[in-house]
Design a protein around this ligand. Structure first.
Ligand SMILES: Cc1ncc(COP(=O)(O)O)c(C=O)c1O
Length: 297
């Protein structure tokens, strides 16, 4: 591992009841002082966003959909030409981190693999745990006001240009964060990216889900991340009698939908309560879907 090993210190977790700072662990389970730097200044993750990551929610010590996240981490790594440790290695560190956690019951767990300095033989891998932010928790019930923003290419163009890494979960989230800042500057909370042919793509950190009656729709994964939360939602909703379909969702049909949500691993399910300033409802469906998705209170 190409970390600043000289400065790395074992971090003993004291009898604390809350964690204003995150907990950090290496995959071998070593807990690190979160205030001590781990990456070198010339790590390509820092210099160029070269790396991959996953985020999931841990509830009462149990990470949700962990196998799916570890599979997707490996897929993202392969798309970026990186070799990351296998699932068992990640699980060892995650177990240690979850056992050490004594903070709130809902924890956002990040699994990170940064490419390391030029020529490094292996990436720098670590785990980060932090309490779910109050904003994310609140958006599950209060919802999000979104802007529709042009992504500048079609879903199929992204498929024809794999170097865009459109479906990989990489550390290059600068564009996504810029879109969120644009939303904040324009009296909105989030964004739905729209392809140049008018098809709904995804949000900067979430998958879009739409309801028409008792049918849930989500866009195909061409050019967007293959969302794990929507996968779980579709599984539990179809077991409860909903129809679920993966198909192109034209952005101009969002207004007519009975409900629109952003689905993601930490926030889980946030109803869209306004699109481009036009207020909309969720037809009372959010509570039902949240219960199916087992969203914690
Ligand atoms: C770009 C993007 N799309 C979709 C999602 C939702 O994916 P998941 O439900 O697996 O968290 C995320 C999650 O962070 C994301 O970053």
């Amino acid at each position: 591992m190409s970390a600043v090993s000289g400065r790395r210190r074992r971090f003993k977790v004291g009898p604390v009841t809350d964690h204003p700072a995150p907990l950090v662990a290496l995959l071998d389970g070593t807990l690190l002082d979160p205030t001590v730097p781990l990456l070198r200044p010339d790590d390509l993750g820092v210099l160029r966003g070269e790396g991959v990551f996953e985020t999931t929610l841990v509830v009462d010590g149990v990470p949700r959909d962990l196998s799916d996240h570890l599979v997707r981490l490996a897929v993202s790594a392969e798309m970026t030409g990186m070799v990351v440790p296998g699932p068992d290695s990640w699980r060892r560190g995650i177990d240690a981190l979850c056992s050490a956690w004594t903070g709130p019951r809902q924890v956002v767990l990040r699994m990170v693999a940064s490419r390391g300095p030029e020529g490094a033989s292996e990436p720098v891998c670590y785990l980060l745990a932090a309490p779910l932010s109050p904003v994310s928790a609140r958006q599950r019930t209060d919802g999000v006001r979104v802007l529709l923003l042009d992504r500048g290419f079609t879903a199929s163009a992204a498929r024809a240009a794999p170097w865009l890494l459109a479906g990989a979960k990489t550390l290059s989230y600068g564009v996504n964060m810029a879109a969120l800042r644009h939303a904040a500057a324009n009296d909105a909370d989030d964004v739905i990216f729209v392809a140049s042919d008018g098809a709904v793509l995804e949000a900067p950190t979430a998958t879009v889900v739409v309801a028409h009656g008792r049918t849930l729709l989500t866009p195909p994964t061409d050019g967007i991340l293959d969302g794990i939360t929507v996968r779980r939602l579709f599984r539990v909703a179809s077991a409860a009698g909903w129809s679920t379909r993966t198909e192109t969702v034209p952005a101009d049909q969002l207004t007519a939908a009975d409900g629109v949500w952003l689905a993601s691993s930490a926030r889980l399910l946030a109803p869209v309560v306004a699109i481009d300033g036009v207020v909309r409802t969720d037809a009372g469906l959010t509570a039902e879907l949240a219960a199916l998705l087992d969203v914690p209170a």
